[in-house]
Design a protein around this ligand. Structure first.
Ligand SMILES: [Zn+2]
Length: 295
């Protein structure tokens, strides 16, 4: 190649290289500062020892017990401080959180787990498939390559990897004293997507709670067994008795509407009792599957 040709090539390559570098740095900065559009939300008791401690949309739950508490999901890396403020506002100590569990390992639900783990010293339990993604800080092998490349570069979806202390199998129950959460692998959104069921005592009632892992599928995260997994997940969810149901995005289960209704209800728990809403949510997930819709 002649000298002028090399010079031309350099001139052509330099802006591309510069924009890649700029993209990475701007992306990292955005990633570090963003809360995913999350606003603080008032924490509240849903029923008995079961509380909402999440942000305006990305959910986090606290299940308290005499031998230690459990926190389900951590939001984005920067949402964790909102979760901790909510736990404190309810009068609980983050140091009494002994176990962390997760719905699925994307950054909007797992990103804050490391901060919560460092503040509490809690042990993190995860399904096998989720454990690998958590340990890698958000790199899901089922994601399409361009997305994974952006994750590797730290532009999107990357979070400080938490320490996975225990792995569980489908149907296992995680216990902290009398608190007992049963894991149901409801794969589809991700391979290790975990829904949780547990009883909550409220007054003289025992209410069955189901926390559903996201049922939607992302266009940029698909795998061969996905449709079969979703079919199975819908069957599993239908088989779980649910008086109270929630999912990892608060808008999907009507957090705010139920919270507002609870303030004026005769029994503040009643607005959260919603077996019908649970069935409607699963029906909608099934319709989405039949129509092949992705997000
Ligand atoms: Zn997700």
């Amino acid at each position: 190649m002649s000298r002028p040709a090399i010079r031309r090539l350099r001139l052509a390559v330099a802006p591309v290289a510069l924009s890649v570098v700029a993209l990475v740095f701007v992306g990292r900065w955005l990633n570090a500062t963003k809360v995913g559009g999350q606003q603080p939300a008032e924490p509240f008791r849903i029923a008995g020892n079961f509380y909402y401690v999440g942000a305006s949309d990305v959910a986090a739950f606290l299940i308290t017990g005499p031998e230690g508490h459990v926190v389900l999901d951590g939001g984005y890396p920067t949402t964790a401080s909102l979760v901790m403020a909510s736990i404190a506002k309810l009068g609980f100590n983050i140091k009494d959180v002994k176990v962390l569990v997760n719905s699925e390992p994307h950054a909007d639900h797992a990103g804050g787990l490391t901060v919560l783990q460092q503040a509490s010293g809690a042990e993190l339990w995860a399904s096998d498939a989720s454990a690998d993604v958590l340990a890698s800080g958000g790199d899901d092998p089922d994601g399409i390559l361009p997305i994974r490349a952006l994750i590797w570069l730290g532009v999107i979806g990357r979070y400080p990897s938490p320490r996975v202390d225990h792995r569980f199998k489908d149907g296992e129950t995680i216990r902290v004293g009398p608190v007992a959460l049963t894991a149901h692998i409801t794969a589809g959104h991700t391979r290790g997507c975990t829904s949780w069921s547990f009883p909550v005592s409220d007054g003289d009632r025992v209410l069955n709670v189901v926390s559903v892992c996201d049922t939607g599928v992302l266009a940029n995260s698909q795998y061969v067994e996905q449709t079969a997994d979703r079919e199975r997940s819908i069957r599993v969810l239908r088989s779980l008795p649910a008086d109270i149901w929630v999912t990892n995005h608060a808008r999907a289960w009507g957090r705010y509407r139920k919270f507002v209704a609870s303030a004026t209800a005769k029994n503040p728990v009643d607005p959260f009792i919603d077996a019908e809403g649970y069935r409607a949510f699963i029906d909608a997930a099934e319709t989405e599957l039949r129509q092949g819709r992705t997000h």
